[in-house]
Design a protein. Sequence first.
Length: 398
Amino acid sequence: MKNRQKELKKNFRRMFWIQAFSNVRFISIVASLFYLHRGLLLSQIYYLAIFFAIGSFLFEVPSSYLADHWGRKKTIILGILLTIIYFSIFLFSQNFFWFVIAAIMYGAADACMTGTDEALVYDTEEELKNSKKTLGKLGKFQSSRRLFKIVSAIAGAYIAKDLFAWQFNLLISIDILALFIALLFAIKIIEPRHKMDVEKQEAGVMIDAINLFKKDKMLFKVMLNRELIFFSFFILWTFYQKFFVDLGVSVLSIGVLWGIGHLITATGLWFTEKVKGNVEEKINHLNLYYLLVVFLYLLFIFFHFNPILLFIMFILMSMISDLRYPFFSEFFNKKFHSYNRATTISLSNILHSLLEVPILLLAGLLIDKSMIYPFYLSLFIAMMVVIFLKIPYNKTSK
């Protein structure tokens, strides 16, 4: 028993490094430039994200049941293996068809990891009787995704500064190597105990979803809040390298500034629990800050501000968006029963996939007209969240 407790305590460290190595992402710093180099159009990059959503949606329910019945550990290992296949396809893909196959594969991998990873962290803390400290743990866990990006953004930009084919392939190969290291950590995970209500699980995840939404309408509102701000930024992130390179910002400058941004974001996430106030209040404030930055960003574009300043503002948008996630994780994890936490968190991911298709399809159509139009869409989405999806809270609660 003591040995199990000792090994369980290592779970968080293992999951931290799994996330860190799974998100090294050397290729991300030049992603849109890589796609364009392989012959894709900007609109097709958006369409690839739609196929990612399809893969994620189709595998979301199966992966949730795998996490609950087959085990968190095995589902995470499957997700890492699917991601390795995804990047391997990148090495030889020369047309839209193969990138579509890769995107669907990555969507399935994401479905395996998302929700399951936080469920494993949360259930581990509950078995160790540390459930009151989950916000701090989840904040530190989120910071792991930025750890190596501090270096990979700078190093990746330096390696691929000339945008040659062999440079892109080198970045992809490094990402694949990092995933194999993540796989080694995943193999060492100890499966924590989690309660299971067979009757409720047999009712089916979609029936559970309907019942949850009927019982707690606030749940749907909070999920929309989380996902829409993500898409507000994502539709700009999809083509930002092309946009700023055209403005005269060098690939190396993009990498250095992103590295600094990841460092600040990782530090903020690490100290999430130090921020005072209740979860809902923090989310509302961060949404408002995000809207303000998007508005100023669009305004400065029209006044032709210095491109470096514009890019710094773009990174600030990313930082604010990312700092929201531990608070959403805490909200969901505290609200749902542990028997199907991976399943209920996955409901949010299903909503994510359903929203992704129309939003990215619209963004793809807009960018074919002009690269400025997605900025209007981003601002509109952020305004809708701040105006209509503000989360009510009790000011006296913690």
